[in-house]
Write a new protein. Sequence first.
Length: 285
Amino acid sequence: MIVVTGATGALNGATVEHLLKRVPAERIGVSVRDVAKAQHFADLGVRVRQGSYDDPASLQHSFEGAEQVLLVSSNDPHTDAVALHRVGIETAVAAGARRILYTSHQGAGADSPFHPARDHAATEQLLADSGVAWTALRNGFYAHSLAWLLGPWQQTGTIAAPADGPVSWTDRADAAEAAAVILAGEQAFDGPVTLTARQAVTFDDVAVMASKVSGREVTRVTLDDEAWIADQVAAGTPEAMARMTLTTFQAARQCRFAGVDPLLAELLGREPRSVADQFVDANVA
């Protein structure tokens, strides 16, 4: 059985939907905090059980009979993500899983200024030490993040943000589908695998794309880090959150998110969606 955690979320929920196209429903289980939110999967024959990283007993029950477990990374900035991931890994091992997969990030690194990247690196080390086969899905930075990182450019005609660097912005839906292909396939992917769009672009490039799609000139203005923080706080963003977001730009300057890899396209059997594709789909004007 393939057991997927976080299946009521956008990423792993989409992975389950793609799995259902590839394997029988009775071979799929989901571990979710709220089983009511996964009723649509139960109606299709998927095994739905309650489980969460902060409740090892429930997690053990939800992992019962698992051959593969896909662990979603915690996205709660107020928790010890690595400690929660440790529970997930140890429970999967205890349940007898032969392979553990984990939704990591292309910028995983213990020395990254971007804090989640350090959590991903630490979790990958836990996986390496677990004693079972593992796969870290190093997904590219999700392109939907651009909606808030770019600021109100559609109203102002200006992308005003700190200095950045090239990022291989990747469609979350493409990453979800690729995870399903890996889970359902016979090829073993050991250790970290990178799943990104074909091209890494800067905000200068994004401004050009936005201009072309919207039919009006969009300019890129580079702000001083502290000036940008002040603007964010004045607009109502808590300072701690603004400073956390700033680390995204700082890591991008170090080219932490610049890598590209053909594997995503190979798994999908098509070209991954680009930033320009998503602008078109969003009817940017």
